[in-house]
Design a binder for this molecule. Sequence first.
Ligand SMILES: Cc1cc2nc3c(=O)[nH]c(=O)nc-3n(C[C@H](O)[C@H](O)[C@H](O)COP(=O)(O)OP(=O)(O)OC[C@H]3O[C@@H](n4cnc5c(N)ncnc54)[C@H](O)[C@@H]3O)c2cc1C
Length: 393
Amino acid sequence: MDYDVIVCGGGPAGFGAAIGAARTGKKVLLLDKNSGPGGVAVYCGCPVFSGIRDFDAASRGGVAGEFAQAMEKDAFIVNNITMNSSEFAIGLTMTRMLKAAGVRMLFYATLHTVDVRNGRIRNITVSACGKNHTFTAETFVDATGDAVLARSAGAEILPYQVNETMTKTVLFRVTGVTDFDKPKLMELFPQLDFPFTYQDRFMGTIVGDGNDILLNLTAISGDALDAFELTRMDMELREQIPVVLKWMKEKLPGFENCRLSAAAPVIGVRSSCNIKGKEIITCADLDNNTPVSDPVACGGRSYGEHYVNCFSSPWRKSNSGTRAIPYGALLPEKIANLCVGGRCISIETKAVTAVRLMPVCMATGQAAGVAAALGIPEYSKLKAELQRQKCNI
Ligand SMILES: Cc1cc2nc3c(=O)[nH]c(=O)nc-3n(C[C@H](O)[C@H](O)[C@H](O)COP(=O)(O)OP(=O)(O)OC[C@H]3O[C@@H](n4cnc5c(N)ncnc54)[C@H](O)[C@@H]3O)c2cc1C
């Protein structure tokens, strides 16, 4: 075998998975099609770890907690409440931590073929710089966000309708804003004739000093698992930016003299599909706070976000508190040597928000990585190692 564990996808989940697996002493490869780790945080321009503090239970332990501490130590955090920083700081910190854990990294490598025999992945092939590379491993982690490895291996995904997944966005930033008052802007937003119907509220966050604002204001619906659709959405979202900019200057108090300072290089996909796991987290579980017998991480209980009110049945629910994420939600049916972490774990489409924030993805990733390193063991063994790694489960 080339590796003990191969982790596909280097976003928050893959980062947690690779470090968790490497800390068991196993030989680990992390691969990603991007030029470094970070996923949405780095390549979709979203250096905002919402909930790294709100989700203290999830984030203060394990790799997510160490990541927060490393960012603090290097003074990389700009806004202490949501842990805003910069893409550079996130990518650098993640790379340093992966290196320190002994993870082998391969970037610029796109997974395209998976060889499965008797319900086990034997090897995967990636395309990188015009060459194909085939790697074998005992176990694999899918941290691609879109369940690319699981789907390629023939694992089932849960039913979903494309136009009922959350909207896609190209994030952008402006500078030169004065007196940024988010609660006031959120209150005003419905009265200000925003030019695009898919956006249902004002979403902006301070990212630099008080004049630099990250805007979550472009929005579109479409199929994130189809490259032609992604291309269409990306182009249309970029065309929305100058229109929104003009609208902001004319209508948004404090934005009269703002200037565009950056736009994300890659479209941001909030959710696409989720695997069908041994256990499926449902909205009812979140509403009722159903007890979890095999907790591996801590998620939220609220669900439904980003223009869900236009879906066939509106489904937004604010439940207070957190709920544990069960081990079974990381284990796809049918593929014996695969674990899944991050936003594509086994959860009803409607409920994805409860598990998709970056600190939570790091935590489910770490659990998936440790489980993979231990050969996907019974729960008690996984729990003991997660506790040894100081995860707050
Ligand atoms: C617009 C937007 C705003 C958001 N705002 C926030 C926020 O403020 N706070 C917050 O906490 N969360 C936010 N989120 C959610 C959060 O960013 C994601 O849910 C989280 O990054 C998911 O982590 P992940 O590791 O599961 O997937 P991703 O971050 O999507 O990482 C998946 C990785 O897999 C790689 N990959 C995919 N396919 C392949 C392949 N075939 N071969 C090789 N590599 C592959 C990708 O390149 C990527 O690096 C936002 C998301 C979006 C889209």
